[in-house]
Ligand binder design. Structure first.
Ligand SMILES: [Fe+2]
Ligand SMILES: [Fe+2]
Ligand SMILES: [Fe+2]
Ligand SMILES: [Fe+2]
Length: 378
């Protein structure tokens, strides 16, 4: 599978979080990645080095949900967490310091107080592309840039060279084409996608304290069921990825709504329900990914057509979509929530059985889950 395209598509969710915090605009992560891809080419980097560099550029602020969840005041936190998490991805080249130092300045007034030469040059370039895109919004064209001593001469030169030559390609309508031209394809095995799944679980689970272990619990249970059904390694990895991404769309739902204590208005409930539609559309433009997309985005559909977002019926829901729906319900019912305590397996199963009796979920899968989950810890 193409890891670069998967991460590019997922970055839409990360952008939505960054937009809330720093005012970054649509496609910000992609633009920072393409800018770094162009600079990396100028520097004559190998494909593996370009992959490591541009992926860090794309995901420079991916730790924002986790940092916000810790309610930390020290901005350094998002750099430290981001650096730790990025190492979950299956890179072939070093990414040391690339995200950790994306908020440094040449004159030493950055978050860690490092001066040019004391932190990786690629971290400086990521920081430069990031900050200038937020300040100047390169999707709208370019103007004269004031670097005001913030970046080294070497960084300014290389950036100036590519910006004026390629700025048309940074526009929203051109950015995906630019990606294909300047970011090398990064092909990984289905098995290697486990690192991407774990990376995404951290980001998505940190979005709301109410569901802090939700995706990780579901991914773990997806593995248990893959074992139970003797799935081959590749199918198991793809199901694990779908489990990790099933609530990707929650990144686009406001935290105030997700974490609202007490009852929700109809409009707020609609916003929450919209998370699966967002999951679907975020994954929709990825070729060769329909199975993962459907297993991820069908988890609130019901066999009788009363689910959402599409109201699909039994004949439109394949086995793993039905499985994911059952696992999601099991996880939501058994994990502690503000409005209910943690529930044991014995307390959880009657709720699933009552839903299968009503024709919402697959009875055979509920039976299998009853056997498979009896022995595992939540
Ligand atoms: Fe940042
Ligand atoms: Fe940014
Ligand atoms: Fe969901
Ligand atoms: Fe869920």
């Amino acid at each position: 599978m193409r890891a670069d395209l998967l991460l590019k598509t997922i970055s839409k969710g990360i952008d939505l979080v960054e937009k809330d915090v720093t005012g970054a605009t649509l496609n910000h992560g992609k633009r920072v990645a393409v800018l770094c891809g162009l600079m990396g080419r100028e520097m004559g980097l190998s494909d593996d080095d370009l992959t490591a560099f541009t992926t860090c550029a794309l995901l420079h602020d991916s730790a924002l949900t986790e940092w916000l969840s810790l309610r930390g005041n020290d901005e350094k936190g998002h750099c430290v967490i981001g650096q730790k998490n990025i190492k979950l991805l299956p890179f072939k080249s070093s990414v040391d310091g690339f995200i950790l130092y994306h908020h440094e300045y040449a004159d030493g007034r950055g978050l860690f107080g490092k001066k040019t030469g004391e932190y990786p040059f690629k971290a400086e370039l990521i920081g430069l592309a990031d900050r200038l895109d937020v300040e100047y919004n390169f999707s709208q064209g370019i103007s004269e840039i004031d670097y005001n001593q913030s970046y080294s001469l070497q960084a300014r030169e290389i950036f100036g060279k590519i910006l004026y030559k390629y700025h048309m390609e940074l526009k929203d309508e051109n950015i995906d084409t630019a990606w294909l031209k300047y970011i090398p394809p990064w092909t990984i095995s289905d098995n290697e996608s486990v690192g991407i799944a774990k990376f995404m679980i951290k980001i998505i689970d940190a979005k709301s304290a109410f569901t802090a272990r939700h995706s990780s619990g579901i991914a773990k249970k997806a593995l248990v069921m893959s074992d139970f059904y003797h799935y081959d390694e590749n199918t198991a990895a793809r199901l694990y990825l779908a489990a990790a991404l099933h609530d990707l769309g929650k990144l686009g739902v406001s935290s105030a709504v997700l974490e609202k204590p007490g009852s929700l208005t109809d409009n707020e409930f609609e916003q929450i329900k919209n998370h699966v539609r967002l999951t679907y559309y975020m994954l929709n433009d990825l070729e060769g990914f329909d199975d993962v997309k459907n297993w991820a985005a069908n988890h609130h559909e019901k066999l009788d057509g009363t689910g959402y977002p599409f109201g699909k019926k039994a004949d439109e829901l394949d086995f793993n979509s039905r499985l994911m729906a059952c696992i999601d319900i099991y996880q939501a019912v058994s994990e502690p929530r503000p409005y209910h305590d943690e529930r044991s397996h014995e307390e959880t199963m009657p709720i699933l059985y009552s839903m299968s009796q009503k024709g919402f979920i697959d009875e055979k899968i509920v039976n299998d889950i009853n056997i498979a989950f009896a022995a595992i810890e939540n």
